[in-house]
Design a protein around this ligand. Structure first.
Ligand code: TPP
Length: 595
């Protein structure tokens, strides 16, 4: 006889993840989700960690997925609000190795501050959603979730509710899935979500949604179950179990892959029966979509919107409706495939002006130093995101504000080495970089973080932040010292003058080779707030052979000429081009000594 296990839904998810080849699991505790990571932590072959919050947990899991390891992140429903910023953009970037986001919802608020229906998040982010109804499905669906994630290049939302997560049932174990680690390949148009790439990825998301809809039509997880009555019921998750017990003779459309809705299967149910009801806890998620097809349906007119259902509630609510005279049939109207707008075209006659870092921007020196090391730079949002674009190509990812450090941590934790570096601006660090740094300390992650401290929120117009202490009325308040803050949480930290290129380079080299976790604060005020010229760069045309090393810095003040580069008037004299020139063709005449 085959060995049977007896698992709660959460235990089944954990075992199912390991069986599906997941090598990384993280999350933030919250009922009814907590036992998933507690269980993976007891299993072999998977690294498990608690993160400081759900946003950091998701970003960490993204880092592990990028490193090529199948990853799972778990949270309670309200946790997805906290993780919504990375979640929404992750839909655009997609994944490397499969990534499953488990949201455990709590209808009836057994231990929650609200009972939001997180199925809405699947629609909101345009990602596929799976809803197991019992422990066996919770176990089996994990393998399907990971393979959907990789096949469609998308995170997959696996949504449970308290009864599925905490209910226990028999589970038949299956043969483990053998998944080799995926190689990481830098791909800035996929992982760096600046507008020009995000617009392209958005079109792919719409195409993916249509492909997923077709998959949902064929998926064995969406089953049309024949009955002997003349009415049918559409349901998913534990609501299906209640409805099955309440109406054993009904036809059923049981949805295991519940987003996108398999509309043709819905229509097929209507062809078999004269009346259809939707049984769902909380919001009329399926009901509204069925109505949008132009089909009559009984749902929330009879069934409560709030709290948990049970077979008794479902039976009492639906009995009078299902025994009424059949409503008049209407022809269904299937939804059209999503269309996208054409990509914007530049106005004719106008020169194309791609965004660039300003001349003299200190972020450029950091990227120049990082480029020399074999590290994957996990980036963030700010002016410095431009460092991802040619010719610098010095940042591999940009997901959302504060994602860099968590992604770096997940990447390094999954590989067990210091393979990635986090690059983050000062304002972004205060926004949401402190928590993942605390997280990296707690989880003993090896890594390096460079904080680009230009003393301002440059990208959005030089607003103040806790580091500068400057308030909107230009009053000076107290300022928070980044180095002391880092040291206070137990991180090795040095502050380096970012205009001192040699010192910066040395600090990066030292930190890259050091064990453990370290932070470099690259400090230099934004050039737009301190417009003084440090000097003039002079070109020796006889020595310049147009090798391109200085042009590779992407500085708009350096222009290629016929025989040599020329320096434009906008040059601030930062001297980085002088540093990189190997032929001594560029020299800096300091401001004081200018004629
Ligand atoms: C959640 C969120 N809030 C606000 C923004 C707008 N925003 C983008 S980058 C940024 C801060 C950039 O400042 P900093 O990190 O100091 O980098 P800098 O531009 O100065 O180089 C802000 C506020 C955003 N993209 N996402």
């Amino acid at each position: 006889m085959e060995r049977q296990l007896f698992f709660s839904g959460n235990e089944a998810i954990a075992h199912g993840a390991v069986r599906a080849g997941a090598g990384f699991a993280c999350g933030y505790p919250g009922t009814p989700s907590s036992e998933i990571v507690e269980t993976t932590a007891r299993l072999k072959g998977i690294r498990s960690q608690w993160c400081v919050n759900e946003k950091v947990a998701l970003e960490t899991a993204v880092g592990a997925s990028l490193a090529g390891v199948r990853s799972m992140v778990t949270m309670k429903h309200v946790g997805l609000n906290v993780a919504a910023d990375p979640f929404m953009t992750l839909s655009l970037t997609g994944v490397n190795a499969g990534l499953v986001v488990v949201s455990a919802d709590d209808p009836g608020m057994h231990s929650s501050q609200n009972e939001q229906d997180n199925r809405a998040f699947a629609k909101f982010a345009k990602v596929p959603m799976l809803e197991p109804a019992d422990s066996q499905e919770a176990y089996d669906f994990m393998a399907e979730a990971f393979s959907l994630s990789e096949e469609f290049d998308t995170p997959v939302l696996l949504r449970t509710t308290t009864r599925v997560s905490h209910g226990r049932g028999q589970v038949l174990p299956r043969v483990p899935v053998d998944v080799p680690r995926r190689e990481y390949a830098r791909d800035i148009s996929k992982y760096v979500m600046v507008p020009q790439f995000a617009r392209l990825r958005n079109r792919l998301v719409l195409e993916r949604l249509e492909k997923l809809r077709r998959r949902a039509e064929q998926s064995p997880l969406n089953v049309l179950e024949a009955g002997t009555s003349d009415f049918g019921i559409i349901a998913s998750g534990v609501a299906y179990t209640y409805a099955r017990e309440a109406f054993p003779k009904a036809w059923f459309l049981k949805l295991g892959m519940s987003h996108p809705l398999p509309c043709a299967k819905v229509v097929r149910l209507y062809e078999q029966v004269s009346r259809v009801a939707v049984v769902e806890e909380l919001d009329p998620f399926f009901e509204e979509q069925v109505r949008a097809l132009g089909l009559p349906v009984v749902g929330k007119a009879a069934i409560p919107w709030d709290g948990e259902l049970d077979q008794e509630v479902v039976f009492r609510a639906l009995e009078p409706y299902l025994l009424r005279k059949p409503p008049r049939r209407r022809r269904p109207v299937l939804p059209p495939a999503p269309r996208s707008t054409d990509p914007p075209k530049p106005a004719p006659g106008l020169p194309v002006r791609p965004p660039v870092l300003c001349p003299g921007c200190s972020h450029r020196s950091v990227f120049s130093a990082l480029r020399r090391r074999r590290l994957a730079p996990m980036g963030d949002i700010g002016c410095y995101t431009l460092g991802a674009l040619p010719p610098l190509l010095a940042m591999d990812s940009c997901l959302c504000m504060g994602a860099s450090i968590g992604m770096m941590a997940g990447f390094n934790a999954a590989l067990g080495e210091k393979a990635a570096v986090g690059v983050i601006g000062d304002s972004t660090f205060f926004h949401s970089g402190v928590t993942p740094l605390i997280d990296a300390v707690y989880n003993g992650v090896e890594g390096m973080v460079v904080i680009l401290d230009n003393r301002t929120t440059a990208m959005t117009g030089h607003q103040g932040h806790p580091g500068s202490g400057l308030r909107p009325d230009r009053e000076q308040g107290p300022s928070v010292d980044i180095q002391r803050l880092c040291e206070g949480i137990g991180v090795r930290c040095v502050t380096v003058d970012a205009t001192d290129h040699a010192a910066l380079d040395a600090a990066v080299a030292e930190e890259a080779g050091a064990p453990g976790l370290g932070v470099i604060v690259a400090l230099a005020p934004c050039v737009l707030t301190s417009r003084e010229k440090a000097g003039e760069v002079v070109v020796d045309e006889d020595r310049c052979n147009l090798c391109g090393l200085c042009l590779d810095l992407g500085c708009p003040s350096i222009a290629p000429g016929d025989d040599a580069v020329s320096i434009l008037e906008t040059c601030t004299g930062c001297g980085l081009c002088v540093e990189v020139c190997r032929r001594g063709a560029l020299s800096l005449v300091e401001a004081g000594s200018c004629p």
